[in-house]
Design a protein around this ligand. Structure first.
Ligand code: FES
Length: 250
């Protein structure tokens, strides 16, 4: 009996009289089964209407984020071996409206993604020339490049829970990735885009997103670094505007 996997799954169907309920499924798992595979088995063998998102099955596409016993995880990266012999609660990714069962509406997330304009915008290059970056600079942006847009950080972010207008951890991390890239010409533009309560200043710096990220992206660090850059930038422009008799050398 201990080898059975028992999943208590959140169900939601807006077309039923009782729209929200939980349903318990039991299956016999195989040795290295993960939660996504368990859900697929249930869908194939027990209830074909069970709905959830997935694509790559290998922690790359970011589409299988959900909450398991209160922890937000990627289902395809969650082995079931530690869940055997007890009931495991499986719920949708928090802080997003539910569309069906474990599927949430990520519109707010991807609207913020578009706001950030997440593509390199640099100078046009001469033919056969290169726009190189230094090793140190590459090391600085590397952790931020790893984001797979799973939205897990939004599921644990108190600022996004309060206000969906908050740009959120993944998008602020993305903004820092381009701000720290010397090939991108939008330094000032990016700083101005995130200089608001719905941007840098809305973050509670509780580091929940850093703790939970399955790809070890550190959004809060990027936010803190951008805050420092912004303050330095403001101070520099203030000093530049001071009358020259105060700072004759400027
Ligand atoms: S299915 Fe792609 S990240 Fe899990």
């Amino acid at each position: 009996m201990d080898r059975l996997l028992t999943l208590k799954v959140h169900r939601f169907d807006p077309h039923r009289e009782l729209t929200r309920w939980t349903e318990t499924f039991q299956i016999q798992p195989w040795g290295r089964m993960n939660l996504l595979e368990a859900l697929l088995r249930i869908q194939e063998e027990i209830d074909g209407s069970l709905s959830f998102r997935y694509s790559c099955r290998g922690a790359v596409c970011g589409s299988c984020a959900m909450r398991v016993n209160g922890q937000v995880v990627l289902a395809c990266r969650t082995p079931v071996k530690n869940l055997l012999g007890k009931t495991t609660l499986v719920e949708p990714l928090p802080n997003f409206p539910v569309i069906r069962d474990l599927i949430v509406d990520m519109s707010a997330f991807f609207n913020h993604y578009r706001e950030i304009e997440p593509s390199l915008q640099g100078r046009p290059l001469e033919p056969l020339s290169e726009n190189r970056m230094g090793e140190e600079e590459r090391k600085e942006i590397d952790p931020y490049i790893n984001c797979i847009l799973c939205g897990i950080c939004y599921g644990v972010c108190p600022a996004f829970e309060r206000d969906v207008q908050f740009l959120g951890p993944a998008m602020l991390a993305k903004a820092y990735r381009f701000l720290a890239d010397s090939r991108d010409e939008r330094f000032q533009e990016i700083l101005e885009a995130v200089d608001s309560q719905k941007g840098l200043w809305g973050c509670n710096t509780v580091f929940q997103c850093v703790r939970i990220c399955p790809k070890e992206v550190p959004p809060t660090l990027g936010i803190v670094k951008m805050r420092r850059k912004l303050l330095r930038h403001r101070l520099a422009s203030l000093i530049r505007r001071l009358p020259s008799f105060i700072f004759p050398l400027l």
